[in-house]
Design a binder for this molecule. Structure first.
Ligand code: N2P
Length: 360
């Protein structure tokens, strides 16, 4: 998905093509209402180049190589933390972000675990990692009491073997799937030690042959079209699948549940690379997103919660009141967070993940 200011609009705004300022943003796929991208261009006269990814690992490789050319990127908190340590970002300039007055202290407190003082980043959205099901198909395969809100659905080989007949997608995100496998066997999902991490490997090896695909964005349409019956994925993406099925009126009903054993709560943070070509433009883009109405429009469109308190009165009822998007205080207690793997556990996890996916 790319969006550029047309020449006609640029001229209307009094800029010439050669003078036009550009901001390059690299964000997750299916994470914004494109109308907002046009609005930013119209309001500021800045040409916006908007590229998307579906993996923290992919973003990290680009960032750490340097010269990505991006002005704003959106890593999750755990990845952001080690990227800050690696010197990948520049500090934000609060004077250029007046709309940060709109931020929500509850989320600010949580993201400061990864970015002390929130010096380098601002929350875009947050959510949970959990289970999306096609309710009718799963009931057909496993019966009406199928454990659709439990990790049993995915990690018990007996269940997933049966579900493979209607199709199962799991995120290609080892930093989220290892913690989930550990939670399933009653271990600390945020374990970094070699022995505990090794316990996740047989859990994942046992289910891998029954996984239709390890992928982190195709499951939205696959669920909506009825091509798969289960996805272990991100909350808002699964709610978007529900919406797409509703719109298509194809009879597919999708439900999302955060697993009762505990679910990962993650935070996607807007940050400016140290070598960003246009840091001033980057601040303008972040400040635009921080506008209460713009942030509400973004959440209303993608069904993810945001870190913007002022946007809350502007959210649709079915967003602010959906506990899958804004969990109750009790549900928040059941969510866990993770911390970034150091080099050694990261290598161990990457090695095991490659092996699990290749089935060797
Ligand atoms: C948007 C996915 C963002 C959640 N499609 C991953 N942090």
């Amino acid at each position: 998905m790319k969006s550029v200011l047309t020449m006609a609009t640029a001229l209307a705004l009094g800029a010439t093509a050669s003078m036009a300022e550009t901001v390059r943003v690299y964000n997750w796929s299916d994470y914004i209402d494109e109308a907002l991208l046009n609005k930013f261009q119209e309001e500021t006269g800045i040409e916006l180049i908007y590229d998307v990814f579906d993996s923290n690992e992919v973003l990290e490789t680009k960032l750490l190589a340097g010269g990505s050319g991006y002005d704003v990127v959106v890593p999750s908190g755990t990845f952001l933390q080690r990227q800050i340590t690696a010197g990948a970002f520049q500090k934000l300039d609060a004077a250029q972000l007046p709309n940060s007055a709109n931020l929500w202290d509850l989320i600010q407190d949580r993201t400061s675990i990864y970015d002390p003082g929130n010096a380098y980043s601002i929350n875009y959205m947050w959510g949970t990692t959990g289970i999306g099901v096609n309710t009718a198909k799963v009931a057909e395969v496993l019966g009406d009491d199928a454990p659709i809100d439990s990790l049993e659905l995915i990690f018990n080989p007996e269940n997933i073997e049966k579900l493979s007949a209607c199709g199962v997608h799991i995120l290609d995100a080892p930093s989220e799937i290892f913690p989930a496998a550990l939670a399933y066997i009653g271990e600390n999902p945020d374990a970094h030690d070699k022995e505990t991490l090794a316990k996740a490997e047989p859990v994942l090896t046992a289910i891998a042959p029954h996984v239709t695909k390890f992928h982190s964005s195709e499951y939205i349409n696959a669920l909506a079209n009825g091509d798969i019956c289960v996805a272990f994925g991100w909350s808002g993406d699964i709610l978007q699948a529900r919406d797409r099925a509703d719109e298509a009126e194809n009879g597919v009903e999708i439900a999302y549940n955060a697993p009762t054993e505990g679910a990962l709560m993650w935070f996607d943070q807007m940050a400016i690379p140290v070598d960003a070509p246009n840091p001033t433009g980057a601040h303008k883009f972040i400040n635009f997103i921080l506008d209460a109405q713009n942030m509400a429009d973004a959440s209303n469109y993608v069904y993810y919660a945001n870190g913007n308190k002022a946007s809350q009165p502007l959210l649709e009822e079915d967003v602010i009141n959906d506990p899958a998007i804004y969990p109750s205080a009790a549900a928040l207690e059941k969510l866990y967070i993770t911390t970034p793997y150091e080099q050694k556990p990261q290598r161990q996890v990457t090695r095991m993940w490659t092996k699990i996916k290749s089935g060797t």
